[in-house]
Design a protein around this ligand. Structure first.
Ligand SMILES: [Zn+2]
Length: 338
């Protein structure tokens, strides 16, 4: 089968790889229906986080169960399933508390940009759709594996809800889906921060009421202008840089909530500044598994169309171009046809 392998900075290759097999009785093997490129993949792709050895790439997936291990009871061959980028048992104390991405037995799922994929802890990780989905629903279902679940977590963790003013920092796919999530949760006003016309348009479609094009101090000043000098009730950080973290923290009103879901690299914060903000913060890798049943229901009943973030679709064999397009911000998110 074909699969992507990251060899080093800006060096993604599509190569023949061994078909995965069941290694543990709790594993499942999927035939991947569609895969995609994650914003967080761009960190190793750009060489920001080092690549020690060639690594099979991709962690967002959905597909048809091909085979299950002897201990798997909740999914069976032939079902269409979606799972998170962290496999979880869904039974340990952290899972039961709703933080499956901190499962005590968690395992990273890697190598999803391929024809076939091994998913560990299948019972706790995979959720099946009611039936095999029609082809046009597959992109939206794929987003639930990470990007939509992460946008939802950003909104949930910052308590976006009825009557709230929400500021979203970051106009990547996660930020755009955080806008959609805040709208679904009933936020009254959603301020999207973006300088790109095509991304602003999608943010509006997803429910943004205001667009702020400024960044840094000017961006914070604009948010304060729009909120009577107080700041947003909820600020959602969806990038992972120091600039975006500070922008989100400084855009939040005292007593407000800020979430951070962009994977940070080398970001240092001044605790003294944080101390005087009275902002509460929750972030981390999204517990996507917690949200899967509800989000599958919303997509299945065509209440939401998060698959709109895919503005580039390529065959898996052209994955390298998919990475380049996202790296150069020519594409919001690349879908790879397996
Ligand atoms: Zn667990």
């Amino acid at each position: 089968m074909l699969g992507t392998i990251l060899y080093g900075a800006h060096d993604v290759r599509v190569e023949e790889r061994a078909v995965p097999v069941i290694l543990k009785p709790t594993d499942a093997i999927l035939r991947v229906s569609a895969a995609c490129v994650c914003g967080s993949d761009l960190w190793p792709y750009r060489g920001v986080s080092p690549v020690e050895k060639p690594m099979p790439f991709g962690h967002e997936y959905c597909g048809i169960v091909e085979e299950v291990g002897s201990a798997v009871a909740s999914v069976r061959p032939g079902q269409f399933v979606i799972g998170s980028f962290f496999a979880s048992d869904n039974t340990c104390p952290n899972c039961l508390a709703g933080f499956q991405s901190s499962c005590r037995n968690r395992e990273a799922v890697a190598g999803a940009q391929a024809g076939m994929l091994r998913v560990p802890l299948a019972d706790g990780t995979l959720v099946a759709t009611p039936e095999i989905p029609p082809e046009d629903l597959v992109p939206s279902l794929l987003t639930l594996s990470d990007v939509m679940g992460t946008g939802w977590f950003a909104a949930d963790a910052a308590e976006a809800g009825p009557g709230k003013t929400v500021a979203v920092v970051g106009d990547g796919a996660v930020g755009l889906l955080a806008v959609l999530s805040a709208r679904l949760m009933g936020a009254e006003r959603i301020i999207a921060m973006s300088r790109h016309p095509s991304r602003q348009k999608l943010a509006r479609e997803f429910g943004a009421t205001d667009i702020v094009t400024e960044r840094g101090k000017e961006g914070v000043d604009r948010i304060l202008d729009l909120t009577g000098g107080i700041g947003a009730d909820s600020a959602l950080e969806c990038v992972g840089t120091r600039e975006s973290m500070m922008q989100a923290i400084r855009s939040t009103r005292p007593g407000g909530r800020m979430s951070y879901v962009g994977v940070p690299y080398g970001v240092m914060l001044e605790v003294q500044e944080l101390f005087f903000t009275h902002v509460s913060m929750l972030g981390g890798p999204a517990p996507v598994r917690r949200y899967l049943p509800a989000l599958i229901d919303l997509v299945w009943n065509r209440k939401i169309d998060p698959g709109k973030v895919f503005d580039l679709t390529l065959p898996l064999s052209q994955a390298a171009e998919g990475y380049r397009a996202m790296d150069e911000r020519r594409a919001i998110k690349t879908l790879l046809r397996t």
